[in-house]
Design a binder for this molecule. Structure first.
Ligand code: UT7
Length: 324
């Protein structure tokens, strides 16, 4: 037997307001045709004044906890991935903890931008397996609309707001790859590529929040290479191949990146969960939003082998293999 982090529930939350490509085309020099053809995006959700990263995270967490039947108070670890926290401090995770009524355990934020959920999952998994905690809430939540330059058509059409959450429980399970739980996670960063995707403001530099800047074509090129490499690294760690996967749940940045990554792994498109058309790129929220969608619509079933992956600012990238 081995101690593993078993995924026992998922949830998600989106802002009330949906924004179509046509609506954006009325504001900036773009078109539904360009956005769909280059990215696969048709719609995104944008937070209103009463919606924040914290309120979306709390709603996603509540849905995930409801899916498990456990008491919120039994959660002793919250790791929240975000690049758009409610305040500079305290960590948004602590306000979520308070709203859920599970005070007293561990709660903190992780900043790894679009790879944030993978980083948060890796940290929570390590803490559960080491015995520091027994039940964890891992959340990816963002309000990227607040850091977009709404006059820059090359970036403002790509992103959206939202939150996704999973509940993990430490359990003793059979130690082969058929037992449930997180089987392997690999995380990477290469700070040399910081200027490819960044926000041009910050607490200790400009004293402002700043706006997102991206060299899209360069990010695209690195994304496909890095993702294929880390997926093979995770599979190699557990002695499995892409053929063994039931589902790939990728970071939802661009449908063309998802297609190219699947092709590199010789994975059929039918095994790739795609929500970028509905949600656009929600950064750290995108993987748990997609995972929740595919669990709730019945595609992902108990026993399935599911690969999660993401790549984003830093650059940071990573992948995690889970037996459901
Ligand atoms: O989540 C973090 C990771 N982020 C990503 O993975 C994003 C990766 N990058 C991408 O997804 C793509 O590079 C983009 C979708 C950002 C851009 O697609 P692209 O095919 O690389 O286009 P491009 O940047 O090379 O631009 C092509 C043309 C340019 O016009 P010219 O110079 O050829 O005349 C742009 O000015 O498309 C133009 N363009 C637009 N046209 C209409 C850029 N944005 C738009 C727009 N509407 N919104």
């Amino acid at each position: 037997m081995t101690r593993r982090s078993v995924l026992i529930g998922t949830g998600s939350a989106l802002p009330k307001r949906a924004v179509s490509n046509a609506e954006l085309a009325a504001q900036v020099d773009t078109s539904d045709e360009w956005i769909v053809e280059r990215t696969g995006i048709r719609n995104r959700y944008i937070a209103g004044p009463d919606e924040t990263t914290g309120t979306l995270a709390t709603a996603a967490a509540r849905a995930a906890i409801a899916a498990t039947g456990i008491e919120a108070a039994s959660i002793d670890l919250i790791v929240l991935a975000t690049a758009t926290p409610d305040q500079t401090f305290p960590a948004t995770a602590t306000s979520v903890q308070h709203a859920l009524g599970c005070n007293g355990g561990i709660a903190f934020d992780v900043a790894a931008v679009c790879s944030g959920f993978l980083y948060a999952l890796g940290v929570a998994d390590s803490m559960l397996r080491s015995g520091m905690a027994g039940r964890a809430l891992v959340i990816g939540a963002e309000t990227f609309s607040r850091i977009l330059d709404w006059e820059d058509r090359a970036t403002c059409v790509l992103f959206g707001d939202g939150a996704g959450a999973v509940v993990l429980e430490a359990r003793e399970v059979g130690d082969d790859d058929k037992g449930p739980g997180i089987l392997a996670t690999k995380l990477h960063a290469d700070g040399a590529h910081g200027p490819m995707l960044y926000v041009d403001g910050g607490v200790s530099t400009t004293g402002t929040v700043g706006k997102l800047r991206m060299k899209g074509r360069e990010v695209f090129r690195h994304a496909v290479t890095n993702l294929a490499s880390v997926l093979n690294e995770v599979l190699g760690e557990v002695g499995l191949t892409a053929d063994d996967l039931d589902w790939l749940v990728p970071h939802q940045a661009n449908a063309r990146i998802l297609e190219a990554t699947a092709k590199k792994l010789s994975l059929p498109a039918s095994k790739v969960v795609i929500t970028v058309d509905r949600h656009a790129n929600t950064s750290a929220a995108s993987v748990p939003l997609a995972l929740d969608a595919a669990i709730r619509d019945g595609r992902i079933q108990p026993g399935h082998l599911v690969m999660l992956e993401a790549m984003g600012g830093g650059f940071t990238w990573g992948a995690s293999l889970i037996r459901m």
